[in-house]
Design a protein around this ligand. Sequence first.
Ligand SMILES: [Fe+2]
Length: 238
Amino acid sequence: MAKIRVAAVGCIHVHEQTAGHFATLMEKVNDEADILLLAGDLTISGSMDEALALVKELTLVKIPTVAVLGNHDHESSLSEEVAELLRSNHIPVLDGTCLTYEIDGKKVGIAGTKGFAGGFEGHVVAPFGEKALKDFVHAGQRECQKIEEALTDLERVDYKVVLLHYSPVRDTVVGEPAEIYPFLGNSHLAVPIDRLGAAVIFHAHAHYGTHAGRTPGGIPVFNVARTLVHNYMVYELE
Ligand SMILES: [Fe+2]
């Protein structure tokens, strides 16, 4: 049986002045993959004009396409409108939710959420002290709950795939300045994923990080920021 090919890329940062550029990068994706995952930061500032430009760039993509938003897509406080525009153009946007596709007789489940900052391993920031800091920590904890809920809803699939914007592991942010690691992801995201299981995890956000890593439980993690992959990564599920 043919392997299921998952294409993934993030941090594509489409805006009005990049017209045609991303479409060119996607030219071969219909032949090279069975499904395309977009790991957030799809625009520069999350404006509706940028979101419209993004939709236009994706018109040539004929394989199922699933997205999560990134921090850049929230910058104009129009994330709901941006997500709705994508959804109305047949690009589901996951936010603590999941979807199942049948590909070559196999069920592939995609669970996704944006994720958030917070830090890694023994150094995740704790909710102590000022309210502002607690709010920051709680935003990260909520994203961890969301990926747990999305994975819990994925029952009886052959493959579970996790799509995030922020990193769930330190491995794939290495290469960025160490001072900003805590803003690139949160190790607590990996906890429910390791417990509930997944075949692979994709994220972006750390443009100068490392392409491949693993969760403590051994699940492969790929940073698919466009700076680190050639157009997009293609991963074969097996
Ligand atoms: Fe980002």
